[in-house]
Design a protein around this ligand. Structure first.
Ligand code: PMV
Length: 348
């Protein structure tokens, strides 16, 4: 054991540590990995953190435990999700030879249905392990750590608009972290989320990305055209040009889904209500309401609009058959430790 590891383990607290983080919606999507092993993205991405999609995680290291335990949304969880967390904690502490942890986590939204629960989940866990193990990570290091759990988690370290940078090396991840573009108070926007299914998705994002990269004839075009989308989106956010942000958001979403559909076998994350919703929103736009669609690796439809239009857009979304729930989100804050109901923002 090297001296750094000894110090990390010696410094840990056995007290429970609670962190909160919020999921984010990618306006310019990430799809594809340049290394699956290190979880390195093939492209950069830009996101908005969402206040309505919150994960709260309590982490407690305990030397008397024989293995890590996970309690997620009031249920004990074993198997793959727990293995992923054990691996994440080993990576964070840089050794498997560490006290085991009890993790109790809950989401304010359906888990694993394309609402980015892994983004808020791993961002919260990164902040919690940083505190419990006294790692003293900077925001960028926290983002790198969160990314090792889930690519999109790197962006949830920050509130507001974040950009995930994409490095070039396939065996080094020091350039693969997110930065904040603007904080959550910068621009009052709304993202309305239509939940059309609460089932777990059949094809996870990593499997989907690997399949697409291997078999889609459009994959090279996707990677090559990403930089221009990122540059344009950054400029549109700076100018608060809503129509441009919306148009680019929709473009990136449909480019990603078109790419996934062009894999072999094809990958279609939508259901009937998803398609119906697309037409409903486009129809609304034809009649003059600025509202723009985005979707991730699941059948939920997310609609970006301005606060003054949110009620109208929500009513139109509720008219679509198959919609179970509409969640209304605003720009949300970054991941933080929760202490006695007070949120202490880490490393700010
Ligand atoms: O965080 P991951 O590895 O599950 O990938 C997320 C992929 C998308 O949600 C579809 C797009 C994105 O950039 O968040």
């Amino acid at each position: 054991m090297n001296s750094k590891r000894k110090k990390i383990i010696a410094d840990f607290t056995q007290n429970p540590v609670t962190a909160q983080a919020y999921a984010n919606i990618a306006l310019i999507k990430y799809w594809g990995k340049r290394s699956v092993e290190l979880n390195l993205p093939a492209v950069g991405s830009i996101s908005l953190t969402l206040d309505a999609l919150k994960t709260t995680t309590t982490l407690q290291f305990d030397e008397s435990l024989e293995s890590d335990t996970l309690h997620l949304d009031h249920r004990n969880v074993a198997g793959k999700p727990l293995e992923r967390i054990t691996q994440f904690l080993d990576t964070a502490v840089q050794t498997g030879d560490r006290p085991k942890a009890k993790i109790v986590s809950s989401n304010s939204f359906p888990t694993g249905a394309g609402l980015a629960s892994s983004a808020s989940g791993f961002a919260a866990l990164a902040v919690a392990v940083n505190e419990a193990m006294n790692l003293h990570l900077t925001k960028e290091e926290l983002s790198i750590l969160a990314r090792q759990g889930s690519g999109s988690a790197a962006r949830s370290v920050y509130g507001g608009f974040a950009e995930m940078k994409c490095g070039t090396s396939i065996d080094d991840d020091q350039d693969d972290f997110a930065i904040q573009l603007e904080d959550e108070s910068y621009w009052d926007l709304r993202l309305l989320i239509a939940v059309t299914s609460t089932d777990k998705k059949e094809t996870g994002s990593t499997e989907g990305m690997v399949r697409t990269a291997k078999s889609s004839p459009f994959y090279t075009g996707w990677v090559e055209s990403q930089q221009a989308d990122l540059d344009e989106m950054r400029r549109a956010i700076k100018k608060k040009n809503f129509a441009k942000v919306g148009e680019l958001t929709e473009h990136s979403c449909f480019k990603m889904h078109g790419l996934a559909m062009s894999g072999r076998p094809p990958l279609l994350y939508w259901n009937g209500a998803t398609t119906e919703m697309i037409h409903t929103i486009w129809n609304l736009r034809t009649k003059g309401t600025a509202a723009y669609i985005t979707m991730d690796a699941g059948p939920q439809v997310k609609v970006l609009c301005q606060p003054g239009n949110s009620e109208l857009v929500k009513q139109a979304m509720l008219s679509v058959k198959g919609v179970k729930q509409i969640i209304e989100a605003k720009p949300g804050p970054g991941a933080a430790i929760v202490t006695d109901n007070q949120i202490k923002v880490k490393n700010s």
